[in-house]
Design a protein around this ligand. Structure first.
Ligand code: AAE
Length: 650
């Protein structure tokens, strides 16, 4: 294809934060760059210059400390950014205190709220006082089992203002899922809701809390936020609990006191979503996570003061942590809780239109679903303010790039982005100076020495391989919780290639310097020894209107591997030979004969994690009769029973 789908205008480029950053580097450092590739090369070649320069350019609040700004800069793990630096995460997010809107909240039950910067300060101040009264200090954990609502943001900011460590999950988690997470990190305070709404239904969580609370060692207090109008009853039924409103009502808003902590002091504990055992507790540093995220907002997404930034997420997915960092760009953040299809697929576009959303972040699955359901927001909504749409969670297929430019908006920046919980940020993402090519992520993040390696650890271009990062970056985790020797942390990322971050994505560089992610490396299919990324197959199957969704695995077969594809069909359809043949033909013609499944099976549903990711490994394990150790990671674990009883011996 010789033409990109979109090119930024010269004015967009001239007015971008990225241009201002390059001008800044020229002015302050005498560094001249011919373009963003050049800037990227500099950023990975000279990290000890790049990251401090970024700190200054972004007006990061804190003190870089005495140089050196990078110690052991060639060691992974081991490198330390700003070892003498001091900062406070919340102070950087709460940099405004005026009466303009800081947070807009909508939920599918029609709940609507907005909070000014001044009000946000006030709420954080009151909750900070509550936490202090319960003895929360630097390093203590504050956990939240909460909807994506302003209270959750206030909880994060209050905890971080003290230097405490925040960890969240959504209220749809089961008791075991919560215990597998919060049970490991022993929070001093638990903030939970009385319940939530999803897809038109009301869910109470009092009974789950009654099981969870007594099992959490070291818990000082439970604060119940009101969503269903019954926080009082929920709190009364629990030990050590009171309503959040009562606890905060006992304090008056004052100045938020920000405790400066070392740059590498933890702010978040996040969780791996694997189905192979209890989740790993990934500890992220306040400075590293934030500097990286603000870099992504400001330079890669061109977020500016006054912008309205939205990401469709729960607070159990890292995109929530990413979203809230947009406050540090002085943007208004837009929160949404509930189903993006309740009552129908217009709900988020209504939100975008009425609130003048400038950045719309979502998942590739959501875009695919809009496409399948033939939504054309461009014909029904005024999206004139929208400048950027971001997609993540799984690869955005080329046909979905076409759909976005055809049915959502023709002149804006579509940024497919990819990274993960492991780094609370991205390896590869948008670049507002570059064209958008169909199916491609535009390029690596600044400061991220991203590459693609073959099995032997050699860099490859135009060939599929392992996504790696060859130099340290500040949002590498501090480590894993309860892993004093660092062994689990080392094994997760550094055991595959020495001194290299191995991310576990199967990827390929494109001729435009972009990247295509082909699926997770551990889910690649190996028929006849040829490595095929699962996304290569989804891309083809996705194009058939009869198929709603699919999941593909490699089944051990006759000393080889055969490809087995499971499909969920549109309501009322049955998989017959004709449709099976059409699916195979589409895959053969769109990919190669090697990609064609040996078997196609109709299934009622596909197992997915609570963040909406389909889980090939769980299906592969169940098909091979292996135990699924951590079903709690799944949003719909029961569906695996269906796969377990399938006769796949022919
Ligand atoms: C940025 C991401 O990579 C988010 C995700 O897919 O979990």
């Amino acid at each position: 294809m010789s033409e990109p789908l979109w090119r930024p205008s010269p004015e967009t480029i001239a007015n971008s934060n990225l241009t201002k950053f390059m001008q800044y580097l020229r002015r302050e450092y005498g560094a001249y760059f011919r373009g963003t590739d050049d800037l990227h090369a500099f950023s990975v070649r000279a990290p000890a210059v790049f990251w401090p320069a970024l700190w200054d350019f972004l007006g990061f609040i804190g003190d870089k400390g005495e140089p050196p700004y990078l110690v052991d800069g060639d060691k992974m793990p081991g490198a330390q950014f700003f070892p003498n630096g001091q900062m406070n995460f919340a102070e950087n997010l709460l940099r405004r205190s005026d009466d303009q809107t800081a947070v807009i909240f909508r939920a599918e039950d029609k709940l609507e709220r907005r909070m000014s910067w001044a009000e946000l300060h006030g709420e954080v101040s009151r909750l900070q006082q509550v936490l202090r009264a319960h003895g929360v200090g630097p390093g203590d954990r504050v956990a939240a089992m909460m909807p994506n609502a302003p209270e959750t943001l206030v909880a994060l900011l209050a905890a971080a203002s003290i230097g405490a460590v925040f960890s969240s999950c959504s209220p749809d988690f089961g008791v075991k899922g919560v215990m597998d997470r919060f049970g490991q990190i022993e929070p001093k305070v638990l903030i939970a809701c009385d319940g939530y709404y999803y897809n038109g239904k009301r869910f109470e969580i009092g009974e789950k809390l009654a099981e969870i609370v007594p099992q959490l060692p070291g818990l000082e207090t439970v604060l119940i936020a009101d969503y269903l109008g019954q926080s009082g009853q929920t709190a009364d039924a629990l030990d050590k609990a009171q309503t959040l409103a009562a606890a905060m009502g006992a304090h008056v808003p004052g100045e938020v006191e920000f405790t400066r902590v070392p740059f590498n002091h933890p702010v978040y504990i996040m969780y791996s979503s694997g189905t192979t055992g209890v989740p790993k507790c990934i500890v992220h540093a306040a400075g590293g996570a934030l500097l990286q995220q603000v870099k992504e907002h400001a330079l890669h997404c061109d977020v500016k003061a006054g912008d309205r930034v939205f990401y469709f997420t729960t607070c159990g997915w890292m995109m929530w942590n990413w979203l809230v960092a947009a406050l540090a760009c002085e943007a208004t953040i837009m929160l949404y809780d509930g189903s993006p299809f309740a009552p129908d697929g217009n709900v988020l576009f209504d939100y975008a239109q009425t609130e003048g959303m400038t950045f719309f972040g979502t998942s590739a699955k959501y875009i695919d679903a809009l496409k399948k359901n033939e939504f054309r927001p461009r014909d029904t909504h005024d999206l004139s303010k929208l400048r950027t749409m971001a997609s993540t969670g799984s690869p955005l297929v080329p046909e979905s790039f076409d759909y976005v430019y055809d049915a959502i908006k023709s002149d804006f920046h579509l940024a497919s982005i990819s990274g993960g919980t492991d780094i609370v940020s991205c390896f590869v993402l948008g670049n507002p100076h570059k064209p958008v090519w169909r199916g491609e992520i535009q390029g690596p993040g600044l400061g991220m020495a991203v590459d693609v390696f073959d099995q032997d650890g050699n860099p490859v271009r135009g060939e599929k391989g392992e996504l790696v990062c060859t130099r340290p970056f500040p949002s590498m985790p501090v480590g894993f919780w309860n892993d004093p020797s660092g062994e689990k942390y080392f094994n997760a990322y550094f055991a595959r290639f020495p001194n290299i971050w191995h991310h576990g994505d199967f990827a390929m560089w494109t001729e435009h310097g972009g990247v295509v992610i082909l699926g997770r490396s551990d889910a690649t299919l190996n028929p006849g020894g040829v490595r095929i990324g699962t996304a290569e197959i989804y891309r083809q199957v996705e194009q058939l209107p009869e198929v709603r969704e699919s999941i593909v695995i490699g089944q051990d077969w006759d000393n080889d591997v055969r490809v087995v594809l499971f499909v969920v069909l549109q309501e009322g359809l049955e998989l017959d030979d004709a449709l099976s043949d059409r699916i195979k033909r589409q895959i053969r013609e769109g990919a190669t004969p090697r990609h064609v499944p040996a078997k196609i099976v109709q299934v009622p549903d596909i197992p997915r994690t609570k963040s909406g990711k389909i889980t090939e490994i769980a299906v592969r394990d169940i098909i091979h009769g292996r135990e699924i150790k951590n079903k709690e990671a799944l949003a719909n674990p029961d569906v695996l029973d269906y796969y377990a009883q399938l006769e796949l011996s022919r």
